[in-house]
Design a protein around this ligand. Structure first.
Ligand SMILES: [Zn+2]
Ligand SMILES: [Zn+2]
Length: 338
């Protein structure tokens, strides 16, 4: 897909920075060296989002499987936005060099669990009941994919640590309600158990299109337990990394699988309401979330500073699975692609 490269700005060339900093003293020279070392440790970043990429067809992609991981409710400032990324060592050290993360990714809809997830799965923002009594209005990417491929429902699965997320399998739209529903494996349980179930499903059913949800940060945040909240972030960092490691050694998934990792919502910033304990409004802490993307069709070792949002995950996942998403409002994140 070399023909597409002209659509993207060249990566930042670190060496060129030296020309902007005249060396007038030993002191400024040392400052320059320090700055250089700092930059050398960073990912290159791009700043211009292409409008489209008409030359890149889904059929040219290497991706045949997409795994979406949703980590429930950490604040960006406690994950990728933490100055040392202290609580996400696997994302920061092991995964970042292989993929792309966004520094300005937002949930611009309701910052609750079911609404945040349905934005990711349907590509639409919608205020939904958060107790699992209401399904989304629009079909999910899983329903569209199962309809298009007319395949076994086991090939699209939703595996979660909250039972109420079973609502993601269906929708209100009468054309789709009760049809082409993915399998769900939804229980209120610890994330390690959800991880174990996901690996069992990968081995047993070999699904092509999967959503995995981890609850830890949200669960312990609501319990007002700061240390466990941080432990929840660390555990989901490890489990997500182990999922990617698994996919890289399973012959069915290796080299043909893309993973998109995001959040349903963040949590209040300190000073807003009860801070990290809750979420649900339009404060920066609740809306600013993360997206990390890794796969055979994507660039590696990049940070993207332009703003993208939750609904774009559905549209991009659909594109990766060789579909349009006419029922969604998101955009394909073209800047991810090589
Ligand atoms: Zn949530
Ligand atoms: Zn808030």
């Amino acid at each position: 897909m070399k023909s597409t490269e002209s659509h993207f700005p060249k990566p930042l060339v670190i060496k060129d920075f030296t020309i902007f900093f005249p060396i007038k003293s030993v002191f400024s020279f040392l400052a320059l060296v320090t700055f250089w070392i700092f930059l050398s440790g960073c990912e290159s970043s791009i700043t211009n989002i292409p409008e489209s990429n008409a030359t890149l067809s889904s059929t040219q992609l290497q991706t045949k499987n997409v795994v979406i991981v949703v980590i429930d409710g950490p604040r960006y400032e406690d994950t990728w936005g933490h100055p040392q990324r202290r609580y996400i060592p696997h994302f920061a050290n092991d995964l970042a060099p292989q993929g792309i993360h966004y520094t300005n990714f937002y949930n611009k809809g309701a910052t609750y669990t079911t609404s945040g997830h349905s934005a990711v799965t349907t590509g639409n923002y919608q205020w939904m009941s958060n107790d699992g009594s209401e399904v989304p209005n629009n079909p999910s990417v899983f329903q569209l994919w199962l309809e298009k491929n007319a395949t076994n429902p086991k090939k699209a699965q939703i595996i979660t640590s909250k039972e109420k997320l079973q609502v993601l399998a269906d929708c209100v739209n009468p054309q789709w309600r009760g049809r082409f529903n993915p399998l769900t494996e939804t229980q209120n349980r610890d994330d390690q158990l959800t991880f174990d179930k996901a690996l069992e499903v990968f081995q047993k059913d070999q699904p092509n299109f999967v959503l995995i949800h981890f609850r830890g940060p949200d669960h312990y945040g609501h319990a007002n337990d700061w240390d466990s909240y941080l432990n929840g972030i660390e555990e989901t960092d490890r489990l997500t990394y182990e999922i990617w490691e698994y996919l890289q050694q399973d012959p069915f998934y290796k080299g043909t699988t893309t993973m998109l990792v995001t959040n349903d919502h963040g949590r209040h910033k300190d000073g807003v309401s009860d801070g990290f304990v809750s979420h649900g409004d339009f404060c920066e802490g609740c809306m600013h979330i993360s997206l990390f993307a890794v796969g055979p069709d994507f660039h590696a070792n990049r940070a993207i500073v332009d703003q993208r949002e939750s609904v774009d995950v559905a549209t991009t996942a659909a594109y990766l699975m060789n579909m349009d998403l006419p029922t969604g409002s998101g955009q394909v994140m073209w800047e991810l692609f090589k």
